[in-house]
Design a binder for this molecule. Structure first.
Ligand code: 5GP
Length: 177
């Protein structure tokens, strides 16, 4: 079942156009704010393709680092999020843009914004490729967003289902398992 090609929800060309527009908007905002450099913090694993495309299209000086989070107590119970892989360097005084794949309950992004804000960055903003507004449970400050989605399980463009489908160039849906 998982090897069947998922149905297309957002085609590749639509994604690429949106990522281009986001990169332009983000670059203009940091330029206007006088930021000399931005640190893009990608949330592994799901954000790796979005981050790769976004970062290559941005036009302000930028560096890239990654974090990885883990959620315990999943299912319908509120999950508590922990950091399983941290940034390589001190971010005090740095302009940080968190780049997340998907905002579902919002707990991962809420956890990360609190954790990184406590480190004294010059600024902290958030960018998510997609969000499921009907699923969000906690308030998440989102500065940039690619697309809002219905409450369906999505794969492709970095997102997986049991480690399948991550490298699809489009966003697809698979039946919920
Ligand atoms: P949150 O902390 O916002 O509830 O969850 C974010 C994480 O849930 C994402 O990083 C991702 O791992 C997972 N997730 C939620 N919805 C989906 C989905 O539709 N597809 C995939 N592949 N992952 C999802």
């Amino acid at each position: 079942m998982q090897r069947d090609l998922p149905a297309v929800l957002i085609p590749e060309a639509t994604i690429q156009a949106r990522v281009q527009a986001l990169a332009r908007e983000i670059s203009a905002d940091y330029r206007d704010a006088g930021a000399e450099e931005v640190l893009l913090v990608g949330v592994l694993r799901g954000a790796f393709i979005f981050l790769a495309d976004l970062s290559r299209r941005m036009t302000v000086p930028r560096r890239v680092d990654f974090v990885m989070c883990s959620t315990y107590g999943g299912g319908t119970e509120p999950g508590s999020v922990t950091l399983v892989m941290d940034l390589r360097s001190d971010v005090r005084g740095t302009h940080i843009l968190i780049v997340e794949d998907i905002v579902d309950t919002g707990r991962t992004l809420q956890f990360l914004t609190k954790a990184l804000a406590a480190r004294g960055p010059a600024s902290l903003k958030t960018c998510a490729f997609v969000r499921k507004p009907d699923r969000v449970q906690v308030p998440v400050p989102l500065d940039y967003l690619g697309f809002d989605l219905p409450d369906v399980w999505v794969v492709g463009y970095g997102l997986d289902c049991g480690d399948f489908h991550r490298t699809l160039p489009y966003l697809g849906t698979v039946p919920t398992h």
